[in-house]
Design a protein around this ligand. Structure first.
Ligand SMILES: [Zn+2]
Length: 630
């Protein structure tokens, strides 16, 4: 949701070459691959199933799957019973009889016994390196905790790995601050000072906007009552002006400078931990939606060591401060693409760089209110006892890229063959993103550019149809569309009418938008199936506190098929790899997952309980649930 890592984006400015010829070559090569395929897909239109013609001369497959319920995510959402894989690609999709000619003496034959098989998940927006680092840190696991429970968890981390150095920082992550129990309970440095340690402690909220530190950390950072609030940040103070230990946004940047930077080995371990977590969830492609150079180099190193198990896409960030020299900014991204992008001919899963990330605003979340909105945030003109919420003076910040510069930048990126991935959270930022895309479409009407707008938590209804008209892709973290502390907490600031259209996934789909899913991990824990469930139900988990029951707003939500497509073929479209992945079709890579239940048929709440039994990338099993019954 927010820029979790925004570092080191200016390093490669010196490199400047053009990506376009390479991409053209990529597509020519693809055409050759398709033409060389021995079999061509054909469809059984009347049944809605998908099949390729069996051939008596079919050469044996490496692996076949039979007796399954196969959701293909092809253009008709067809289903099938069987498929065959050779050399990492799908060579047959159809019924059980038709797969028989593909079975030779060395073919592995898998009896799915009625299980559900579908394309692997494509996660169109996440921050995998930061997520991987967090997996290796002391974590509060996004849980709803009491103060005592929070203290116990952190003490357990201290006890588990005692540090020899009293100055060694303990970093604690994934603190779900808005969901502390009981609601409204306060934390401060005394919460952490009560722990049995002399070490400095930094606890960061899962949303990444708030941090809590102990007195030792305050002392090391030399923060006192005399320290002023930094620009873009806040130091919470008690009635004597003393820092309470709580900080907002830029207020705690000082601690990041004190913490030791992760080593190369730690980055590598983080990348591998992230890949492992993704494969368990069935993710076969991801986009690092704000890729620092550390991320690209860590995953490239994993790749060189033969450990890359997920197709890896990276979107380096172009900062608003670069508007003074936009050609140089674009050239920098193109240079990174030259350096890391392996092209479609590389053995899968490969590394791709053909996105650039632009932050247009911050977040509409309380208490940050850094989302650029089209109507002012409301403020309480009354008292706590007798509130009176009226339009305030803040529309959030001005959109980070001025309109003219944004339009120029998008066109320049388009010319270089780079897809823009814009962070736009408030409806003001979304409107600016759409205006920019309109300029891009006007300037380059024939170009195959796939501009994405990530988050879209608030969108003006008049803008709903513009996504379809401009082929702008909303990349949505569907798990946000439910009643919870972070959404309902906005009610006072937006008012009931605007709250009805918060997280407008269903409205956008109804207006014809092609929605792509992006988890935004580690803003939330990686739980793809819970996210897809919320996309359908717009409800929290059944065991959520009573105040979080029911649906969020008036949005109709998405159909199950739309949700499954959002996390497969439509996110593959966003990542410009839908010609190779995202659906179960002849000629595509065999990126697929086998599930323990059918998410199209089980009660909607059960989608959250889907367990991935096997994850396959380019025909190779990268994860298998060893506890699954065979
Ligand atoms: Zn993000």
């Amino acid at each position: 949701m927010r820029p979790l890592i925004q570092v080191c984006t200016n390093v490669f400015k010196r490199l400047c070459r053009i990506l376009t010829p390479k991409r053209a070559f990529r597509y020519q090569l693809w055409a050759l691959v398709i033409l060389a395929l021995p079999l061509k897909a054909w469809s059984q239109g009347s049944t809605g199933s998908t099949a390729s013609a069996p051939s008596s001369t079919a050469s044996p497959a490496d692996r076949v799957y039979r007796n399954g319920v196969i959701f293909t995510a092809d253009v008709r959402n067809g289903t099938a019973e069987a498929l065959a894989i050779r050399d990492g690609r799908i060579v047959y999709v159809g019924n059980n009889q038709g797969v028989a000619p593909f079975v030779g003496p060395s073919t592995a034959s898998v009896d799915l016994k009625g299980r559900f098989l579908m394309p692997g998940l494509v996660d169109g927006h996440m921050h995998p390196l930061e997520a991987g680092l967090q997996l290796l840190k002391c974590s509060l696991n996004y849980e709803s905790l009491t103060v005592a429970e929070m203290q116990q968890r952190i003490q357990a981390c201290l006890d588990r790995a005692p540090a020899s150095d009293a100055n060694a920082w303990l970093e604690v992550v994934s603190w779900f601050q808005e969901s502390m129990r009981p609601a409204g309970v306060k934390t401060n440095r005394a919460t952490l000072d009560a722990l049995k340690t002399a070490r400095p402690i930094l606890v960061v909220s899962s949303f990444g906007h708030t941090a809590l530190v102990n007195s030792r950390a305050l002392a090391l950072a030399q923060i006192t009552a005399a320290t002023p609030d930094p620009i873009g940040g806040k130091i919470w103070r008690d009635e004597h002006g003393e820092p309470t230990g709580l900080f907002e946004d830029a207020g705690y940047a000082v601690f990041s400078d004190l913490l030791p930077k992760p080593t190369e080995a730690e980055y590598l371990a983080a990348a591998m931990a992230a890949l492992k977590a993704m494969s368990r969830q069935g993710v076969t492609s991801f986009l690092d939606a704000a890729a620092p150079s550390e991320s690209m180099s860590a995953f490239a190193a994993v790749r060189r060591a033969g450990g890359l198990t997920v197709r890896a896409h990276f979107a380096p960030v172009i900062e608003p401060s670069e508007v003074g020299d936009l050609p140089a900014a674009v050239a920098r991204v193109v240079g990174l693409a030259k350096k890391y992008d392996e092209g479609a001919t590389a053995p899968a899963p490969s590394i791709t760089v053909h996105n650039a990330k632009l932050f247009l605003d911050g977040v509409i979340a309380a208490p940050a209110f850094t989302g650029a909105v089209s109507e002012p945030y409301l403020m309480n003109a009354g008292t706590a006892e007798k509130p009176n919420w009226v339009p305030g003076a803040s529309w959030g910040p001005a959109v980070y890229f001025p309109a003219g510069a944004l339009a120029t930048l998008l066109v320049e990126l388009g010319r270089a063959g780079i897809d823009p991935h814009m962070h736009a959270d408030g409806d003001g930022a979304v409107h600016a993103a759409l205006d920019g895309i309109e300029a891009l479409r006007k300037a380059l009407p024939a170009a195959d550019i796939r501009p994405a707008i990530a988050h879209d938590e608030m969108v003006e209804p008049a803008d709903f149809p513009r996504y379809k008209k401009l082929a702008a892709i909303p990349v949505l973290s569907l798990q946000w569309g439910k009643p919870a502390g972070d959404t309902l907490g906005l009610t006072n600031y937006f008012g009931p009418a605007r709250m009805k259209i918060l997280e407008p996934s269903g409205f956008l789909a109804a207006a014809g938008a092609r929605i792509a899913f992006g988890s935004d991990w580690p803003v939330d824990q990686l739980d793809e199936w819970f996210a897809l469930k919320v996309g359908v139900t717009r409800t929290n988990a059944p065991d959520a506190p009573p105040e979080y029951r029911g649906r969020l707003g008036d949005d109709p939500g998405l159909s199950r098929v739309t949700v499954l497509r959002a996390a497969t073929i439509d996110a593959a479209y966003e990542l410009h790899e839908d010609d190779a992945t995202g659906s179960i079709e002849v000629g595509k890579f065999a990126d697929l997952i086998v599930l323990d239940r059918n998410p199209v048929q089980v009660p909607a709440e059960e989608i959250a309980k889907v367990r991935v039994l096997e994850t396959v990338v380019a025909g190779k099993t990268v994860y298998a649930d060893s506890t699954a019954p065979h």
